[in-house]
Design a protein around this ligand. Structure first.
Ligand code: ADP
Ligand code: PMV
Ligand code: MG
Length: 333
């Protein structure tokens, strides 16, 4: 038997990092997906094939008629830790252990703030649990995906696995979520081309929080308040133009606060300012930062902003909200 599942990437519109400290955040699933195929094996081995992951530290050497490969096994094992934990938890939940092949292909850039870790965890749990005959709800998959992130990263708010499993446009706080009214968001995502590790960035913010709580706590509190304001705007009776103007302003404040936490980079800030100069109403980091992506809100100006991002050295992506989260694409008996 074989199961193919997929799960989407996300952008965090407001509230990354502060969400780890129990503040609310707003996020949306977007139409880039990770696909995981799981099939039963005849033996009891578990084999993972990750087609999109590059492992640093591969060395190739030649002699006359031979070629030798050496790889950094520590790094290779670490890079697959989300998938391994997801398989473990799905098997634990099903109460069976079987040999399986898991094969991953992904459209989501890795370590770019678009939730690739959550998407791969959610799609793996979806595929493996179904393969083992377990019918989990999307919410149950979200909770297991959160556990995967906690185990691998040491800290996780759970927003990414929740958005990836459920899909759509969500307000999230301490493990609970509500759907926000669906709205088309005229956004452009700008990818710096470099990556940041969520585990390391969350740990860096934690160190600052512990060493200077009198400075960091007010920043996190301001982020939480800003998310409440953004929710009020999104659910208000204002017309779209007014909503976008207010949301843009809040995005810019959120970016400044993230910069104060220390998670921006020169390139991220360059893309943010390039987007604003080209007419975006707001622009900020999305996700953990340290590289990765920013996004801009640019009604009527998406093309201009995309061009500005390209000129500033980034890669623009015009994305749409994905209403669907985890999807079982195919089950072959
Ligand atoms: N296609 C994939 N195959 C296997 N593992 C993946 C894949 N995509 C992401 N991952 C895992 O997620 C990690 C990146 O997660 P993270 O640092 O949270 O960044 P983000 O979630 O923003 O992309 C990778 O180092 C890898 O361990
Ligand atoms: C920084 C954080 O708020 C979001 C991380 O998102 P990503 O892994 O960078 O896509 C961490 C979390 O919410 O667990
Ligand atoms: Mg992640």
């Amino acid at each position: 038997m074989r199961v193919l599942a997929s799960a989407p990437a996300k952008i965090i519109l407001f509230g990354e990092h502060s969400v780890v400290y129990g503040k609310p955040a707003i996020a949306a699933a977007i139409n880039l997906r990770t696909y995981v195929e799981a099939e039963l094996r005849r033996d009891d081995r578990i084999r993972i094939e990750a087609h999109d992951i590059k492992v640093p530290g591969l060395t190739v050497s030649f002699s006359e008629n031979e070629i030798y490969f050496e790889s950094d096994y520590g790094k290779a094992a670490e890079v697959l830790s989300y998938v391994r934990q997801a398989i473990e938890l799905a098997m634990e939940e099903a109460g069976v252990r079987k040999g399986i092949n898991v094969s991953i292909t992904s459209q989501i850039p890795v370590g770019a703030g678009l939730g690739s870790s959550a998407a791969v965890a959610v799609a793996t749990i979806g595929a493996v649990s179904k393969l083992l005959g377990l019918e989990l709800t999307r919410e149950e998959v979200a909770k297991l995906g959160h556990k995967v992130e906690l185990l691998v990263q040491g800290a996780s708010s759970g927003i990414d696995p929740t958005v990836s499993a459920i899909g759509g446009f969500l307000y999230y706080e301490k493990g609970n979520f509500e759907h926000l009214p669906f709205m088309e968001l005229p956004i452009v995502v700008g990818y710096t081309g470099s990556s940041g590790s969520t585990k390391e960035l969350v740990a860096m913010v934690r160190r600052r929080y512990e060493s200077m709580p009198e400075l960091i706590v007010p920043i996190l509190n301001a982020m939480g308040k800003l998310v409440e304001k953004a929710k009020e705007v999104i659910t208000s009776e204002l017309d779209e133009e007014e909503k976008f103007a207010k949301l843009g302003e809040l995005m810019n404040i959120n970016h400044g606060l993230l910069d104060a936490l220390g998670v921006s980079t020169k390139k991220l800030s360059e893309l943010v300012y390039a987007a604003r100069t080209a007419g975006a109403l707001g622009a900020k980091i999305t996700g953990a930062g340290g590289g990765g992506c920013m996004y801009a809100l640019a009604p009527g100006k998406q093309r201009e902003v995309a061009t500005a991002i390209t000129i500033a050295g980034g890669t623009p992506m015009i994305t749409e909200i994905s209403r669907e989260g985890l999807r079982i694409e195919e089950v072959i008996k």
